[in-house]
Design a protein around this ligand. Structure first.
Ligand code: PLP
Length: 417
């Protein structure tokens, strides 16, 4: 008997998916506070070394209410743009709790971070020069390309030979020259090798190579190993979670032995995004049509790729549950493969391809699991569709609206009419 994710975790609290859709509309992002807090704790306590900071990568989901919970759990935060910095400050993060990981940014964007006293990581020689011109005598971090990449899809591998990110290790002579010329103090180095690893080894190997490199700089205040901690998106297919105890133990012993040689107890950081928020989010939608087109059975829903882009962008798998009359419709042996599609005018608008699911009826509700990361944050108004509402199921199982659904007027908001 399959254990359904939302049943196992009492995901919807005191409500059925039907009631939530009835109250807040469809589609709808639903987050579960208990799961979010649990994931924060796991990442915060990853290693036993005392000077360790888990810094949430807010690009995964920047809903301000979720950010407040993440801060309440004691995490810091990473920003990838001035907009993310702005929202993080509004959520209550202090400037010293925010790390701006920049990539190809304008002088204005760098100045925004400097004026707000936010540490910035620079990822090219030319941008380091620009930073030096803007903030002579200041402090700075740099993003290294360690030459090792990892990830579930070529679009999420962010190190190695084929990526736009980071400064190559061979360019360190040039880095030192620029630091000297502008009297900059290098206080940190960071990297991010890629996203969604489920085996600890590539992360540990990446960390080793970053630490080896860090030996070149005797005055560092921190080393940041990046994010990418994976979650099992295919739980229904038996995919196993990342063994974070093993990862934590291996990382701890690496850090302790390195610190001994370095002679100084500096701070170590990580940048988890998806690991914190993916599993606390389920996207609900409605089935509006069913049709047979030649050999394919299409289930037509209101979950287009404007609402959840991951399947189209990364060929990503998300487990699916079906609900009817407030209950899960169980799978059985003669489930037939169906293709679940959205309502966007693009033939690539496919949420799940040839997935074996129980017989689906018009009016059923569909739940897309693990949708908390890179779900709403990548959503858009493509086809002039309205982005959905977001709700939070709190510790007592009650829902609260934490972002309202777009209105038609929102579509006109920036026009000069
Ligand atoms: C620099 C950096 N840090 C952190 C992350 C977060 O990755 P993840 O959500 O896989 O943990 C990313 C994602 O691409 C990134 O580029």
């Amino acid at each position: 008997m399959i254990k359904y994710y939302t049943e196992l975790h009492n995901f919807f609290g005191n409500n059925s998916p039907d009631e939530l859709i009835h109250t807040y509309g469809s589609p709808l992002y639903v987050y579960n506070e208990n799961i979010l807090r649990q994931k924060c704790k796991e990442m915060k306590n990853l290693v036993s070394y005392p000077y360790f900071i888990s810094s949430y990568s807010s690009k995964a989901n920047s809903n301000i209410e979720l950010l407040k919970i993440i801060r309440d759990e004691g995490l810091y935060a990473d920003a990838m743009s001035p907009g993310e910095i702005y929202v993080l400050l509004k959520a209550g993060f202090k400037p010293q709790e925010i790390f701006y990981i920049s990539n190809n940014v304008s002088k204005e964007e760098m100045s925004y971070a400097i004026e707000n006293n936010i540490t910035i990581s620079i990822d090219s020689l030319s941008q380091l020069k620009t930073y030096g011109e803007l903030n002579e005598g200041g402090e700075v971090a740099i993003r290294i390309n360690p030459g090792i990449g990892a990830g579930h899809h070529k679009k999420v591998i962010t190190a190695g030979e084929n990526t736009k990110f980071g400064i190559n290790m061979e360019d360190m002579g040039a880095v030192k020259t620029i630091l000297k010329r502008y009297n900059l103090r290098l206080i940190g180095i960071n990297h991010h090798i890629g996203s969604l690893f489920l085996d600890p080894t590539p992360y540990i190997e990446g960390a080793k190579s970053l630490l080896k490199f860090a030996e070149n700089f005797p005055d560092l205040e921190f080393v940041d190993f990046g994010g990418g901690f994976g979650i099992p998106y295919n739980k229904q297919g038996g995919e196993k979670p990342l063994d974070i105890d093993e990862l934590g133990d291996r990382l701890s012993s690496l850090i302790y032995s390195w610190v001994k040689d370095y002679g100084k107890e500096i701070t170590f950081k990580t940048q988890p995004g998806r690991y914190i928020v993916a599993e606390c989010g389920v996207l609900l939608g409605s089935v509006h049509s069913i049709k047979q087109n030649h050999i394919t059975s299409y289930i037509g829903t209101d979950i287009g790729f404007n609402v959840l882009m991951r399947p189209v962008l990364y060929d990503a798998h998300h487990d699916i549950e079906i609900y009817r009359d407030g209950k899960i419709v169980p799978s059985n042996r003669d489930d037939k493969p169906v293709t679940i599609v959205g309502n966007i005018c693009e033939s690539g608008d496919i949420l799940a391809y040839m997935r074996k699911l129980p017989t689906i009826n018009i009016g059923d509700i569909i739940g897309v699991m693990d949708a908390g990361a890179y779900g709403y944050s990548m959503s858009s108004n493509y086809n002039n569709r309205l982005r959905p509402a977001e709700i939070l199921i709190d510790k007592s199982g009650e829902p609260t609206l934490i972002r309202r659904r777009d209105t038609l007027d929102d579509l006109l908001r920036n026009f000069i009419l």
